[in-house]
Design a protein around this ligand. Structure first.
Ligand SMILES: *Cc1c(COP(=O)(O)O)cnc(C)c1O
Length: 391
C-alpha cells in the first residue's frame, strides 16, 4: 500500500546506525533459559525477577478463574466490568502496601498516564526527575499542570525547583523508585524530607521495585521505612509480579477520584479474570515465599561481582538491573549479537531509550537463574568483551 514512503528515510537511518532491530521471538516460556531461533540461551533480558510468570500456584489460580468466570470481562470497570475479584484484589493490595486504598489499571503505563493526567489542574505543577520512565513523561504531557524537570537524583536541583514553585496550589514531585535503565535507587528519604519541608506531594513509581525491594517486595517506600509519608505509590503487576497490570496505592479519596476521572480506567476494558486471579495469588507468593527475593539478591550480588572483576563499567546500579555500558549504539548491538552466539540473551539498548553515547547491554538476573547460568553468562561477557576490545 502506498502512503508511508515518508517513513523510509528514518528507517534507513536506523539501519545505518546499526540500531534497527527485528522483534525477537521466544519459542519457550519466559524462564531462566529461553529458546530463540531454535537455540537455548540464558535469559538476561526479562523483568521476571522472581520467576513468577510460571509459578504453579498462579497458573492454577488463572486456570480456575477462566473456568469459573470466562476469558474476558466484557466492559470497562465503571459500566459492567467490575467483578468481585477486582475489588477483593485491590483491598488485598492496599493491605499489602499499608495504604488506605489501591486501584488497578491495565498496565503500569496506563496507571501512570491515568494518575498524572487527571490529578492536577492548571493551578498546579509537577516536578519530575529527568530520567523518569516514558509513561511518566507521557502522563505529564497530558496534564494541564505546569512542568519542571530536575537533574537526575540531584537534590539541590529538586530543592531549587521547589523554591521556584511556591505560588502554585499543589506541587507533585514524581520519581521512579528504581531507574529502569541504570538500576539506581531514588534518594527517596531526601525527596520525602524536601517535600515535607516545602509542603509538596510525593509520587514514586515502583515498577522495578515491586517484588524486589522492601519487606516481601513491598517496594521502595517500605525499603526506606517511609510508610505513610509518600502520597502516591505506583506499582506494576507486569514485572516481578509476573502477570500484567499497574496500580496506584494511596488514599481512599485518590481512589474515588481516579474512578471518576482517570481516562484509562474509564475508557478501557478491565483485566480478564485470569489476570486478576494470578495477580492475587502472586501477593500470597510474596508473603509466603520470601526466599525467592533472597535468591534474587544473592544472584544479583554474584553477577555484579563477576562483571566488576572482569572490568566492565556497570554504572551506579544498586539493584538486579545491571547495565554494562558500551557507549556506541552500533557496537552495543554487535556485543548483544555476539553474546547470543555464545548462548546468552542480553538486549542492547541505545538512543532514544538511553542518551546518545550511553548505549548499554542491560542485564537483569532473576531468582530462577542457577549458578551454572550465571557462570555461563559471565564467561560469554568475558569472551565478547575481549573480542570487541571493551575490557
Ligand atoms: C515498566 C515500567 C512501567 C510500565 O509498566 P507496565 O506494567 O509494563 O506497563 C512504568 N514505570 C516504570 C518505571 C517502568 O519501568
Amino acid at each position: 500500500m502506498k502512503g508511508f514512503e515518508y517513513l523510509d528515510s528514518e528507517l534507513e537511518e536506523l539501519k545505518v546506525q546499526g540500531v534497527f532491530r527485528k522483534l525477537i521471538e521466544l519459542e519457550s516460556d519466559q524462564g531462566n533459559r529461553v529458546i530463540i531461533r531454535g537455540k537455548e540461551v540464558v535469559q538476561l533480558s526479562s523483568n521476571n525477577y522472581l520467576g513468577l510468570t510460571n509459578h504453579p500456584r498462579m497458573k492454577q489460580a488463572a486456570l480456575q478463574a477462566v473456568e469459573k468466570y470466562g476469558v474476558g470481562t466484557g466492559s470497562v470497570r465503571t459500566i459492567a466490568g467490575t467483578f468481585t475479584m477486582h475489588e477483593a484484589f485491590e483491598q488485598k493490595l492496599a493491605e499489602f502496601k499499608h495504604t488506605e486504598a489501591a486501584i488497578v489499571f491495565q498496565s503500569g503505563f496506563t496507571a501512570n498516564v491515568g494518575v498524572l493526567s487527571s490529578l492536577l489542574s492548571d493551578q498546579d505543577v509537577v516536578i519530575s526527575d529527568e530520567l523518569n520512565h516514558a509513561s511518566i513523561i507521557d502522563g505529564i504531557r497530558l496534564t494541564k499542570a505546569s512542568r519542571k524537570i530536575y537533574k537526575h537524583s540531584d537534590m539541590k536541583d529538586l530543592e531549587q525547583a521547589l523554591q521556584e514553585t511556591q505560588n502554585y496550589r499543589k506541587r507533585l514531585v514524581v520519581t521512579d523508585g528504581v531507574f529502569s535503565m541504570d538500576g539506581d535507587i531514588a534518594s527517596l528519604p531526601q525527596i520525602v524530607e524536601l517535600c515535607e519541608k516545602y509542603d509538596a506531594l510525593v509520587m514514586v513509581d515502583d515498577a522495578h521495585s515491586s517484588g524486589v525491594l522492601g519487606r516481601n517486595g513491598r517496594g521502595t517506600v517500605d525499603h526506606f521505612d517511609l510508610n505513610g509519608r509518600v502520597h502516591i505509590q505506583v506499582g506494576t503487576l507486569s514485572k516481578a509480579i509476573g502477570v500484567l497490570g499497574g496500580y496506584i496505592a494511596s488514599t481512599q479519596s485518590v481512589r474515588d477520584y481516579l474512578i471518576h476521572k482517570a481516562r484509562p480506567f474509564l475508557f478501557s476494558t478491565s483485566h480478564p479474570p485470569a489476570v486478576t486471579a494470578a495477580c492475587e495469588a502472586a501477593v500470597d507468593v510474596l508473603l509466603q515465599e520470601p526466599e525467592l527475593i533472597e535468591k534474587l539478591w544473592n544472584n544479583t550480588k554474584f553477577f555484579k561481582k563477576g562483571l566488576a572483576e572482569l572490568g566492565f563499567d556497570t554504572g551506579n546500579s544498586e539493584t538486579p538491573i545491571t547495565p554494562v555500558i558500551i557507549g556506541d549504539g552500533g557496537l552495543c548491538m554487535r556485543f548483544s549479537d555476539e553474546l547470543f552466539h555464545e548462548g546468552v540473551f542480553a538486549q542492547g539498548i541505545a538512543f532514544p531509550t538511553v542518551a546518545k553515547g550511553k548505549a548499554r547491554i542491560r542485564t537483569i538476573v532473576t531468582a530462577t537463574h542457577t549458578t551454572e547460568d550465571l557462570e555461563k553468562a559471565l564467561g560469554a561477557f568475558e569472551k565478547v568483551g575481549r573480542k570487541l576490545d571493551i575490557i
